[in-house]
Design a protein around this ligand. Sequence first.
Ligand code: ADP
Ligand code: MG
Length: 297
Amino acid sequence: ATPTAVMVGTGVGATQGVLIKGGQALESAHKVNCIVFDKTGTLTVGKPVVVTTNLFKKMSLKDFYEFAAAAEVNSEHPIAKAIVEHAKKIIEEENHPWPEARDFVSVSGHGVKAIVLNKEIMVGNKKMMSDHNIAISVDAEETLAEAESLAQTGILVSLDGEIAGVLAVSDPLKPGAEEVISILNSMKIKSIMVTGDNWGTAKSIARQAGIETVMAESQPETKATKIKELQNSGYTVAMVGDGINDSPALVAADVGMAIGAGTDIAIEAADIVLMKSNLEDIITAIDLAKRTFTRIR
Ligand code: ADP
Ligand code: MG
């Protein structure tokens, strides 16, 4: 393609809300035959809500959520925001002054911990608990499994080393996600989902989206490693993501595509930004690249 054609291509993209950061991005996009999708905030709406709570200790729901919100108010994670919003509803006070959290630690891909009202609280997944030698009871396991079977994510809350409860958050698939995957299939582009979320939830969401290949419980570095593996086996790979934890993979991919509503770090790491946060614009971008680079002169 001529430099003029590339300029026209990026210009057309811009008018459609597809920000293409240069000719190389457009050139790589026309060869893409595999797309790796992040789950949370990319395939799903990304605004999880708490749907159920199971307490395993004698305490009020109000106290439970006071502890959980006091810890999670310090986290930027969508699940943390869901927990704080839910706590506000339970406690029925706007801008509730949560108890102070000391020694707050956020463990990427696992959860958070802090000292609240002189108790050690942890909120996170099974890995978070097992890494801190916290036993998960059969009841808690069953509650987690039930959430996963419903495509929800179960989150464990511990107080002073014992599981106090399990809450389930629901983050539904974006409308139209399934159709985008099926169009990509018909374009002979393979779709893969990677997520830090657990296997059960990941598989349920992938099934709804029509994605067959799933990698769950993956660390940010494993997302990038997976991209390199796919490249080594001959694929030209696009990565679509929105989170801080997606940025290594966005950089590693032949084409990194960020969701416009995503974090600044993801947007910076990407080659293409989907300004309207619509998954359909992945197809818009690839179509535009194909038209620019396979034009018959
Ligand atoms: P994803 O790849 O789906 O965006 P992350 O890698 O951010 O997921 O997180 C993986 C999992 O770690 C979450 O599904 C959740 O179980 C747990 N987790 C991460 N951060 C938090 C948090 N602030 N509070 C509770 N759980 C968390
Ligand atoms: Mg995400």
